[in-house]
Ligand binder design. Structure first.
Ligand SMILES: *Cc1c(COP(=O)(O)O)cnc(C)c1O
Length: 384
C-alpha cells in the first residue's frame, strides 16, 4: 500500500517554527531548569522545566501534528507514558487489555497497578464475543495494541472503540508498531494514542522515550497534570533529537515496510520456515483488516523457525547483518527471540496460548538494502 503523500511534507515541518530571537531553523536545546521572573508569578510562560520547556514544547507540537491530534505529550519512556494513562484509573476500575500486549505493558499492569484494586482482564480482542462479555459498567478502559507484538495480530480499532464507548470507557491504542505513518487510531475512534518513541519515532536505537496524543482537551489536561505531577519527562537534548528523527519518519517507514515485505515473502517460501506472521502477506489472518484499517504494514515480521531451539540459536548466531537484540524500529535490522528476550516476563501459560514458543523469531527490518537482508537470512537458515 502507498503511504499517504501528505505525510512526507508534514513530518519535515511538524512543530517547526523558526526560533524568534535568531531565526534558527531548528529549535534550540534549552538546557535550563528554571526561568527568571519579572515579579512573582509573572514570566514568559515558562517557570520550571518539569512543567514546560521550549524544546519539549516544540517536540510535543510535532508529536501532535504527526498523529493529527490536538495535543501531544512527551515522556521519558514508553512505559512512563503508559503509566500516565494508568494514573487516570481509580480502585475498582476494570480494564480490558489485549492478551498479547508488549511484555512490559502486561508487567506494568500485573505487577504494579493490580495491587491498587484495578482489575486487568487480558483477553483476545479478535474475539468480539469475549470483548462484549467482558464489558461492565466498571470497565473504564479498553487497551488495544495493533499490530500486536510479537505475533502481528490485527485488531479492529473502530469496533473496539465502539464497544468501549457503549459503557463509557476510554479506548487506548498502542500505535508503536504501525506509527502515525501507517495508522491513525484517533480517526478510528480511539481516545488516547501511546507510542514508545524508543522505536520507529526515534528510529536510531539511541534513546528511550514515550509519547501520548489525544484530541480531547479535558483528557489532555488530566494527562498533562500527571506528566507534571509525577515528573517522568524527557530531557531537552532527547526532545531535540526525537524532533529531528520525526523529519525522516516517512522515508524511513517506506523503506522499513519495503524490506519487511520482501523478507516476509522470502520466508513464506522458504522450505525450513513453518509460518510467517506479517499482515502484508495476503495469506496472513490479519491481512484484510490491516488493508482496511492501515495504510501500510510496517516493518515487523515474525516467523516460526521449523527447527529445534538449538537450531534457532545457531540461526540467530549465524546472522551477520541482523543483530541479536531486543527493541525494534531502528535503522539497523534486529532479530529477537521473544520467549527468552522481550516476552520472558509474560506468564508461561499465556506465552504458550499466544504461540510464543522456542521457535518464534521476531525481526525488525531496518533500512539497509533488502538484498543484503534476504541474503543474510538465507545463509543463516541454511548454514551450519
Ligand atoms: C517498547 C514498547 C513499549 C515500551 O516502551 P519503552 O520505551 O521501552 O518504555 C510499549 N509498547 C510497545 C509496543 C513497545 O514496543
Amino acid at each position: 500500500m502507498a503511504i499517504d503523500p501528505k505525510h512526507y511534507t508534514k513530518v519535515v515541518h511538524a512543530g517547526a517554527n523558526p526560533e524568534p530571537l535568531t531565526g534558527a531553523i531548528m529549535p534550540p536545546i534549552f538546557m535550563t531548569s528554571t526561568y527568571v521572573q519579572e515579579e512573582p508569578g509573572v514570566h514568559k510562560g515558562y517557570d520550571y522545566s518539569r512543567a514546560d520547556n521550549p524544546t519539549r514544547a516544540a517536540y510535543e507540537t510535532a508529536l501532535a501534528e504527526i498523529e493529527s491530534a490536538r495535543h501531544g505529550l512527551a515522556f521519558s519512556s514508553g512505559l512512563a507514558a503508559e503509566q500516565a494513562i494508568a494514573q487516570l484509573l481509580s480502585p475498582g476500575a476494570r480494564v480490558i487489555v489485549s492478551d498479547d500486549v508488549y511484555g512490559g505493558t502486561g508487567r506494568l499492569f500485573r505487577r504494579l497497578y493490580a495491587k491498587y484494586g484495578i482489575d486487568f482482564q487480558f483477553i483476545d480482542l479478535s474475539d468480539e464475543q469475549a470483548v462484549k462479555a467482558a464489558l461492565t459498567p466498571e470497565t473504564k478502559m479498553l487497551w488495544v495494541e495493533t499490530p500486536s507484538n510479537p505475533t502481528m495480530k490485527v485488531i479492529d480499532i473502530r469496533k473496539m472503540a465502539a464497544h468501549a464507548k457503549s459503557v463509557g470507557a476510554l479506548t487506548v491504542v498502542d500505535n508503536t508498531f504501525a506509527t502515525p505513518i501507517f495508522q491513525s487510531p484517533l480517526a478510528l475512534g480511539a481516545d488516547i494514542v501511546v507510542h514508545s518513541t524508543t522505536k520507529y519515532i526515534g528510529g536510531h536505537s539511541d534513546m528511550i522515550g514515550g509519547a501520548l496524543m489525544v484530541n480531547d482537551d479535558a483528557l489532555f489536561q488530566q494527562l498533562k497534570f500527571v506528566q507534571f505531577a509525577a515528573g517522568a519527562v524527557p530531557a531537552p537534548l532527547e526532545c531535540f533529537l526525537l524532533h529531528r528523527s520525526i523529519k525522516t519518519l516517512a522515508v524511513r517507514m517506506q523503506q522499513h515496510e519495503r524490506n519487511a515485505l520482501v523478507i516476509a515473502e522470502m520466508l513464506s517460501q522458504h522450505p525450513k520456515v513453518r509460518k510467517v506472521y506479517y499482515p502484508g502477506l495476503p495469506s496472513d489472518a490479519g491481512h484484510a483488516l490491516a488493508k482496511k484499517q492501515m495504510s501500510g504494514y510496517s516493518g515487523m515480521v515474525s516467523f516460526d523457525h521449523g527447527g529445534s531451539y538449538a537450531e534457532v540459536v545457531s540461526f540467530l548466531q549465524r546472522l551477520k547483518v541482523f543483530s541479536l537484540a531486543e527493541s525494534l524500529g531502528g535503522v539497523e535490522s534486529l532479530a529477537n527471540h521473544p520467549e527468552r528476550m522481550t516476552h520472558a516476563s509474560v506468564p508461561e501459560d499465556l506465552r504458550r496460548k499466544l504461540g510464543i514458543g522456542p521457535q518464534l523469531v521476531r525481526l525488525s527490518a531496518g533500512i539497509e538494502h533488502s538484498d543484503d537482508l534476504v541474503a543474510d537470512l538465507r545463509q543463516a537458515l541454511t548454514g551450519g
